[in-house]
Design a protein around this ligand. Structure first.
Ligand SMILES: [Zn+2]
Length: 274
């Protein structure tokens, strides 16, 4: 089993520049803190396998739907052909798509786990991401296992056009069946969670949490300002602003996500955890 993608989000070196405070910080110290800056608590962007490593029990993750690959229904070509972009992201991340799904333990509780990877096409949701998320929800439903997801996404996959948008309805329908059966779903929003992913499955958690400082929204602030012709408030679309306004249930530091999820699953499903 491989826990690291071929190319790590953080290049190897003694120091790394923090995206929060701009300081050069010891990479080892950052890694010890699950890729969080020891100076300012900035949460560095991490990949899907890092999520498995940090939020699930070691050695328990069993990947599902590893073989699903994007088709190219529109034969889309912009600066580069879509098929070539997919091929290069496959090589770069070692993932088959922008989402990794499987079953695993979270402090001994068996769950179905979904983790997105922004390094693959900006974590955008095309047919394969939608299908994998839907299948994960369906597995949860069939086996009565809680669902836990970590999202980070630039939105719908433009290169798959309207087919990408259909994934929103499909994934939500699967989650509705989960909800009807009373099976818990915990959604974790990482930086950034935007567009069609925010507007579908990642906002449907029974509990929705975010990492500190995460950008969460549908459209970007510039588009909104131009549309409503009003200045947006300070900190708009940050996790902290959204918590204050009731869109999120909690903000949880990366190091505390696993134990918080475990606790929540006990509250939500006391019978299924024993
Ligand atoms: Zn920092």
């Amino acid at each position: 089993m491989r826990f690291f993608r071929k190319k790590k989000a953080m290049p190897d070196g003694v120091f790394v520049k923090c995206g929060g405070c701009g300081e050069m910080v010891y990479q080892k110290k950052v890694e010890e803190r699950l890729q969080v800056c020891p100076e300012c608590n900035y949460h560095f962007p991490i990949g899907a396998w890092d999520r498995v490593r940090y939020h699930t029990d070691e050695g328990t993750f069993e990947e599902m739907d590893k073989g699903l690959r994007s088709a190219d229904p529109l034969e889309f070509v912009a600066e580069k052909a879509y098929v070539d972009q997919i091929a290069s992201d496959l090589e770069k991340t070692g993932l088959n798509e922008a989402v990794l799904c499987g079953t695993c333990g979270v402090e001994g509780r068996e769950v179905v786990f979904i983790a997105m990877d922004f390094a693959f096409r900006g974590g955008s949701m095309g047919c394969v991401v939608g299908e994998k998320v839907t299948r994960a929800a369906e597995l949860s439903c069939r086996q009565g296992l809680p669902l836990v997801s970590v999202s980070c996404s630039g939105g719908a996959r433009m290169q798959e056009g309207a087919l990408s948008l259909m994934q929103m309805a499909k994934s939500c329908a699967a989650l509705h069946r989960l909800h009807e059966k009373g099976i818990p779903y915990v959604s974790i929003m990482a930086h950034p969670t935007t567009g069609g992913v925010t507007a579908s499955w990642s906002s449907l958690g029974d509990v929705i949490m975010a990492e500190p400082g995460a950008l969460i929204g549908f459209a970007g602030p510039r588009v909104i300002e131009q549309t409503i012709k009003q200045k947006l408030p300070e900190g708009f679309q940050t996790a902290e602003f959204l918590l204050e306004h009731g869109f999120l249930d909690m903000i949880v530091e990366r190091k505390d996500i696993k134990s918080t999820v475990a606790k929540l699953l006990d509250y939500l499903a006391p019978l299924s955890s024993g």
